[in-house]
Design a protein. Structure first.
Lengths: 507, 507
């Protein structure tokens, strides 16, 4: 049934619509129901409030939450009662240790996308994945049904892609890899995500240089024009179940079951028709993978799943025990990447350049652009000669940005504070998690200019009083908070420094 | 901060309050927060909506959900921002396989009671219990902290109690056991629950005979007066975390982890100072426990936990493969129990009387009222002589009911339908789950008069055309639905009856 939206002066953190009692009765909706709103191609599960006077018959009261997120141009909003999902029985089957078929998984995912599962039921599904696990066959089916329940984009070209499983701060390597690959003549239309728990996702960093939000049609046009792109995947509607699970369960509970991670990555790739994929698996303390044995096991699963889905996957296991490059936070990372591109890698941090060129090299090798073992050399050649920078300018322009943007134009935070080494010594460790926490406290990723510059990495010699970390913020209060936190957390440990004191036992 | 409640014409299925923007700012509340309302001694986590015009400064808009459930007599409502709970880190520790200390469990439970955990976070806790499990030490601590975070009642007497873990329809045995024990001079102030997934909980059945809702003070007075009571535990505030978990997680997800079940039962007992407890563990197809081995293991855990908590527990493993007695549904079960009491057990179904007297006997033995092995005989003597009925009249009167209430006064549903045996044969099985489903379809427990009468149990001989099941309902639509369902489900299987037909393989 369609209703005329009237906007109500009501601010909530969740979707809610106000329905007139009589309309609700006609629809068979009671106050303990939820409803599904159809807004263009999307379905949104919403809370309801029934009212006799606040909203007239035929109208529906819409608050700021929905108004801000969706367009109500068409002037009519379709509302139906959210059904109690039969597929919850399949979720229960998985909870009890069962194996789900393609059809069963399809119903679960369809119900999630259609707004027929509550957040609690979705949590039960994700936690059953965590504790019961899934077979490779289930993961293959899960990936496929996640693709089938969303948008897909057909480029009619061989598609290359790069993906990092994340977890390491400062990981702006896509901004170096994508233009390098595209400059070699390979088509690489990269979708990326915004930060969930990190100080900057690839989409956040890229958004400093050019717009990243597109419809599927616009994305296709942009990517084909420049031979590559770096856009935000969030509004494309690819594998929407994934976004729903992240928003409703994985982020609030801080869980990310392996099967869901595999299906999440591959569903996005499958939806854009990726043929060749290089996967970055960072390993080390504070990264998502703690040791090489686990990394190899995971790499094996990625290859297997890729094989089942017709995607050629080459995994690069990389060192992820400390941040990549020197900068953390959207504008600072964009600046670091842009400088590297303009300078052809001169003065670029080794960790950033070497990692980017190694992973780009893997793609150049599987594509046949380079002989085995020579991919990295080719990548370096492209990058050093400035061909990657020229391609990046094309990409920025195609996405609607200024191709002549300069590093010094980028809006880094104007409030700064420096931490200095308290002693002469060597840097023993730069802690990923602490760096993340401090950068977020400074305001990243929401405040684009907030972030950190790390002046020394593991093994570097430092003198007493030398700067080791600089904090950038857009607001003084956040600068102070981040500075306080840095003093407490000591994210950069220096050999010979007293880190903690254990009091003596006195009894 | 305190606000003046104004009632809004808004019906929701969850607690929501409408706050003026400026008041919210003063309280540091943003639209993505939730709030905790302090209503007398209870704390209720509530959604919020911020508004500029709907509600004036100093007022808070309260909808029908809260208005119906809580009294706002005091005319001021205290509202605070719900904090993000530090104890979620302990939940995460349990999710990752860790063991929780007393202090950690105490924080988790305190946060649940104070409204500081979201339903998702509570689901994570309950599902971690399900999948990771808890040691007996953790369960002991969990039980204790659940008691400490709620009301307790001190009777200053030796307290006896009876508890059934449930799952079998028609289980009105408390209405026979409690007056029998009390008639023997043992103090048995029983708290009971309303149905969650069954057609009638003990509190539902008892409510047909007398009021069951009391404050802790009233409950104490009532129980001491009659030497026993059967009241609803839901409004007493004993171990409130348990009620919250059931409402927010266990009922919607249909989960009941063993550790939570143990803690739930014992926390309610500990909160009323129970010293001796007889536990009914029904075993059989369609009961909560499938076989005797599992029942013995569980009985061992109950005894162990009782020992740790200072409660003497005697477990009775009973046959739970089919319904207890003949009647299912609040009024019908109350009628069956009252008839048994009045008639001193004459004409009472063997399954009901024998089970009740056996369990009562166990309590009489542990109390020393009877020698070992003679408890059941003593229970039968008390019951047959009508002493249990006299005591029940006292209990009904003390709770505010009419002690002279007669079975024929009870409001059983006026719409009836009978199912007849289609053949001559023997009853092979009466299916618990199907009986539950049909009785609920008829309207039980909400409609007190709805339910079933079962005319034959396992092993009984039936003739073609003889009634085997009668359905009672308060509304014809529900009667029809239940009748249709009964025809489909065939809850009573008769030997020689064709139950299902498997089609032949034709390929």
């Amino acid at each position: 049934m369609n209703f005329k939206p009237t906007f109500l002066d009501v601010d909530t953190s969740y979707p809610i619509v106000f329905l007139n009692f009589e309309d609700a009765q006609k629809l068979g909706i009671e106050s303990n129901d939820q409803v599904v709103l159809k807004i263009r191609r999307m379905k949104v599960r919403s809370f309801i409030a029934l009212t006799k006077k606040l909203v007239n018959k035929g109208s529906v009261g819409v608050g700021n939450y929905l108004r801000k997120r969706y367009s109500f141009e068409e002037n009519l909003l379709n509302i139906a009662r959210a059904k109690s999902a039969k597929s919850f029985n399949y979720i229960r089957k998985k909870m009890q240790g069962g194996k789900l078929s393609y059809t069963e998984l399809r119903e679960v995912i369809q119900d999630a996308v259609n707004g027929n599962l509550t957040n609690l039921e979705m949590a039960a599904f994700i936690l059953a994945e965590e504790y019961v696990g899934m077979t490779m066959e289930e993961i293959e089916h899960l990936t496929k049904v996640m693709v089938e329940t969303g948008e897909t984009i057909e480029f009619n070209r061989t598609v290359y892609d790069k993906h990092s499983i994340g977890g390491v701060p400062g990981n702006k390597i896509s901004l170096l890899i994508v233009p390098t690959i595209a400059a070699a003549g390979l088509f690489i239309p990269k979708t990326s995500s915004k930060a969930i728990t990190s100080p900057s996702g690839t989409a956040d960093t890229m958004s400093v240089l050019a717009p990243v939000e597109f419809t599927p049609e616009e994305f296709k046009e942009v990517a084909l024009k420049a031979g590559g792109a770096i856009v935000w995947g969030g509004r494309l509607g690819l594998a929407p179940a994934d976004d729903i699970f992240i928003r409703e369960v994985e982020r609030p509970l801080r869980v990310d079951p392996e099967s869901q991670m595999l299906a999440s990555i591959f569903s996005k790739k499958l939806a854009t028709g990726v043929n060749y994929l290089t996967l970055d698996l960072p390993v080390g303390e504070g990264a998502k993978i703690e040791n090489r044995k686990n990394a190899l096991e995971l790499a094996h699963k990625f290859s297997q799943l890729g094989h089942r889905l017709g995607i050629k996957v080459v995994c690069g296991i990389t060192y992820g025990g400390q941040p990549i490059g020197r900068c953390v936070g959207p504008a600072l990372e964009a600046k670091e990447a842009l400088e590297a591109l303009i300078n052809g890698g001169k003065n670029c941090s080794t960790s950033l350049l070497e990692k980017s060129m190694s992973l780009a090299g893997l793609l150049l090798e599987v594509s046949g652009k380079s002989r085995r073992g020579y991919g990295k050399d080719l990548a370096y050649e492209i990058f050093r000669k400035g061909r990657a920078y020229l391609k990046m300018k094309e990409i920025i322009e195609a996405q609607g940005g200024d191709p002549d943007i300069k590093p010094e134009d980028l809006p880094v935070g104007q409030h700064k504070a420096v931490l200095k080494s308290p002693i002469d010594g060597y840097i023993k460790k730069v802690d990923n998690e602490k760096i993340n926490e401090i950068a977020r406290k400074a305001g990243a990723p929401k405040e684009r200019g907030a972030g950190l510059v790390i002046y020394g990495k593991q093994g570097h010699k430092v003198k007493k009083g030398e700067p080791i970390l600089e904090i950038f913020a857009e607001r003084t209060t956040k600068l102070n908070d981040a500075y306080e936190l840095a003093l407490t957390l000591k994210p950069i440990a220096i050999e010979g420094m007293l880190l903690d004191i254990f009091p003596e036992i006195t009894t």
